[in-house]
Design a protein around this ligand. Structure first.
Ligand code: NAX
Length: 328
């Protein structure tokens, strides 16, 4: 196709934006023969920094990059957008209660959802990266009644990739030999990385590991608290790995998942696996033809059930909180 795909990135001047934009422009998001047009949305004081990043993008002379627009107006940013990566968010600062955090992010994701509703292309696909990602996606979705709900997704692919890597380290397997791992629930410390259906070179991963104590006391907390460990080590939060996961998420959604494997995406629940309908919760999904489907029929053991329920409970509480604020 020679007409470019329009990709909008919010928070474009931030650290994830800096790691993300060059990969999109180089063709890694959509494919090596798909031209892209970038739209960068930033708050007014960061427009200069976004301009600087755009200058560097120009200086890469990417053959697929057909233009860059920079704006602080969501209506302009999402006009004709085919893919929207909502990265910019209000971080939790010292002393901030969860209610304050949700309210501040409501002030960002509600107007952006409306701007997507009113301006984006019919095939718009939205990935929310900015935290709290699942509930920010819920807020944006609620503000976009004309867009099919399933187009609003939240990123748990970084958690998925972290879990793959930890499991590979533990078992000595190559990452590429591990399939069918799942992140369930919220992108938060309650998330549940599930290895019970995963396969390592064709063998059941839980059987290969054969160590429930390691799963409960090492694997799950290491994956769930990896973001904090990165901040501790690096003095800044995950950026390149987050950008990489965003590229993976959209690439899978647009170009499909391989036979015999699946990925994790935060998506509006249809009630599958006992998750209340409408919550944006992470599921195992396969992708084909530009859409995704929840992997059905997996047996959920007691170990998994308790952990999925706890994370989903947190999502339900976040939904109650944003309901009380009139955001959904
Ligand atoms: P930065 O603070 O470096 O960048 C955020 C950018 O967003 C800033 O340039 C800011 O000006 C911009 N921004 C703020 N409000 C905006 C608005 N209304 N419209 C447009 N732009 C706006 O943060 P960064 O490290 O890039 O992280 C971005 C978000 O990703 C954070 O919310 C972070 O918590 C979240 N993350 C999510 C992850 C996930 O797995 N879902 C992992 C990585 C990351 O922690």
């Amino acid at each position: 196709p020679d007409s470019p795909v329009t990709v909008t990135v919010t928070g474009a001047a931030g650290q994830i934006g800096y790691a993300l934009l060059f990969r999109i422009a180089s063709g890694q998001l959509l494919g090596p023969d798909v031209p892209v047009r970038l739209r960068l949305l930033e708050i007014t004081p960061a427009l200069g920094a976004a301009e600087g990043t755009a200058m560097e993008l120009d200086d890469c002379a990417f053959p697929l990059l057909r233009g860059i627009d920079i704006t602080d107006d969501p209506n302009v940013a999402f006009a004709g957008a085919n893919v929207a990566l909502l990265v910019g968010a209000r971080p939790r600062t010292k002393g901030m209660e969860r209610g304050d955090l949700l309210e501040a992010n409501g002030g960002i994701f509600k107007p952006q959802g409306k701007a997507i509703n009113d301006n984006a292309a019919d095939d718009i696909k939205v990935l929310v990266v900015g935290n709290p990602a699942n509930t920010n996606a819920l807020i944006a979705r609620a503000a976009a009644p004309d867009v099919p709900a399933e187009r609003f997704t939240a990123m748990t692919r970084l958690d998925h990739n972290r879990a793959l890597s930890q499991l590979a380290k533990k078992t000595g397997a190559a990452v590429g030999d591990i399939k069918k791992l799942t992140i369930w629930g919220n992108h938060s410390a309650t998330q549940y990385p599930d290895v019970f259906h995963a396969e390592i070179a064709g063998k059941n991963a839980a059987e290969v590991v054969n160590d429930e104590k390691w799963l409960a006391d090492e694997f799950i907390p290491t994956v769930a608290k990896r973001g904090a460990a990165i901040i501790e080590a690096r003095g800044a939060s995950s950026a390149a790995s987050a950008a990489n996961a965003a590229v993976d998420h959209v690439h899978s959604w647009v170009n499909g998942t391989p036979q015999g494997d699946w990925v994790s995406m935060g998506i509006p629940s249809d009630g599958s696996y006992g998750v209340p309908e409408g919550l944006i919760s992470s599921y195992p999904v396969t992708c084909a033809g530009g859409s995704y489907e929840i992997v059905q029929g997996l047996t959920v053991n007691e170990f998994s059930r308790a952990r999925i329920d706890a994370s989903v409970q947190e999502l339900a509480e976040e939904r109650e909180a944003v309901r009380a604020l009139g955001l959904v």
